[in-house]
Structures are given as structure tokens and as C-alpha cells.
Design a binder for this molecule. Sequence first.
Ligand code: ASP
Length: 340
Amino acid sequence: MKKPLIIFLTIFIIIVQAGFSAQAQAKKEEKPFAIAIHGGAGTMSKAYLTPEKEKAYKAKLKQAVDTGYMVLKKGGSSVDAVIAAIRILEHSPLFNAGKGAVYTYEETHELDASIMEGKTLNAGAVAGVSKIKSPIQLAKLVMDKSEHVMLSGQGAEQFAQSQGVKLIDNHWFDTESRYKSLQEAKQIILQKDASLMEQPVDYKFGTVGAVALDRNGDLAAGTSTGGMSAKRFGRIGDSPIIGAGTYANNDSCAVSATGHGEYFIRYHVAADICARVQYLKKSVHEAATTVIQEVLKPAGGNGGVIVIDTQGEIATVFNTEGMYRAVRAYKQDAKVAIYK
Ligand code: ASP
């Protein structure tokens, strides 16, 4: 064989081999990514959840989890995936967040939301906002563009305006079904001691949340809610409280909670689950089950959580009849569920 031909062939083989090994390396290094979402936990009576309604809930949950998954697939951050999924649920009247938020005792809407990034432990939250279409997006602005972690009420709305967010009329959040629930809740409250703000036992929750792991191995969690029906006196639940309703830390896991907020605050549920993962080396499933079933339930706290760790392991745990939820594990189709 001629010398130039030998040289050409040698170079050609080296290039092809290099190409193959780069491909193999990339495959080996491809990290799993995954997402889980919830749309609230509580009593899901068959009378309320007709087959048509169940179909509508499941379709919306699937749309939200698929949207978040696509963000991750394209290389987007876990924070962006969480926001994308939650925004879809906020814009659906089916859930108690954004449009469809429950009413306060005074027949208005006050919304809470929070977001946390597991890599930096940066977090942002808003509480008691009434003119913000997407509270989760404002929470992200608080995280990214302010020195603070939590802003509330009118101050939060002033901050929103300073960031170019348009304020909307509170009536935008109105829905007939939530108005009916308020009237029912008021009846029950009036029969009891109103000052205690006791909630009806079969209270239906409807908060939304998401947790995600991205291709960089970073975790994020977010939660958005209208709070509890017939709430008064500027009551704030666990959803905007970092460590109670939302928590993310790359050293352990990411959690979004839903349920009777007062209990989730007192038992700092989200942070407790992550602490058990980090220090007791429990799996996300073990840690979440202990906190929700063995700590919260005996104390009288109803609700549930979605949890994800840095390997993409997901746990969905609740002590209520059901929890609207959807998960999409790495390279798998979405799985949507409501009951146990
Ligand atoms: N945790 C929310 C709150 O207490 C309610 C819910 O999850 O439905 O405000």
C-alpha cells in the first residue's frame, strides 16, 4: 500500500474510534432526571369526583408533569421544570392555586407560594398576595431579584410591579365551585367556635406542587396555594414556608407538601424528611412514610408529600384518602394517580 493511503486510513480509524468512545463516554455520563407533582390531598368522595371530573384532573396532571419533564429533557434546570409544571396547575380552575383558589372568610382570595433551589439553598416565597396571577413566578422573582426570602401582601405586590409584573383584579380567581365550598365551610364554622377557625373534618385540599431533579444533578421544589377555605385574619399556611411546605437541598432531597398547614409548620415536615435522608441515611420513601404516617398522623395532621432525591428516586406519601399526583421517572412515561 502507498504511504499516503496508510496515513489516511490510520487517521480515519483514529477519528472513528474517538467518535465512538466520546459517544460511549457521553452515554455513561448521562445523568438521570425526573419530576413529580401533586395537586393536593384530602377526602376524595366519589360523589364529588365523577368519572368526567376524574378524567379532567388526570389529563391536567399529565399535561403538567409532561411539560416539566420536557424542560428537563431539553437540559433545563430543575427550578424551571418546577415552575413550568406549577404554572399549568395554577392556571387550571381544578386546583386550589391561582385560578380556582379557595375563598377567604371575607370572600376574597389570598395566595401563597414558594420555590427552593437545592444546589444553592436559595429560596423565594410570597404570602397573602391577592393580585398576582402566578404566585410561583413571583416567588422565583423574590429568589432571583431580591435580597429576601419571603415577601407578603401589598409589599410583595409592589415588588412585583417593580419587576414589571402586572397586577390583576382579585375576582379573576373566582370560581363557582370554590364559592359553594366557602358557603359550606362557613356553615360548619358558624356552628362551632368561629374564633378557633376549625376546619371541617372532610376538608378537601387542592394545593399544587412539584419537585424535580435535572441533568446537572440539581434538585428543586415549589408549592403554590390559595390556602384553606374560609381562612381569616391573614392566616398563612405552610406552603410559602421554607422547611414546612417546601424544601430542597442537594445533600438530601426536595419536598413539596400539601395538607393542614398548621401541622406542617409545627412539625417542619419538608425539612424533617430531608434531615432524615441526610443524617439517618433513610430512603426518601422511608423518611416520608415515617414523618407522614408516624409523626403527623397521630398528631392529627392530614396531608401528604412528594419527594425526590439526587438519584431520581421518587416517593409520594399521604395519610388522606387520596392525593392528586403524577410522576415521570427517567425515560419512563407519566404515571398519574389519585387514590392509594
Ligand atoms: N397546605 C395548605 C395550607 O395549609 C393547604 C393545602 O395543602 O391544601 O395553606
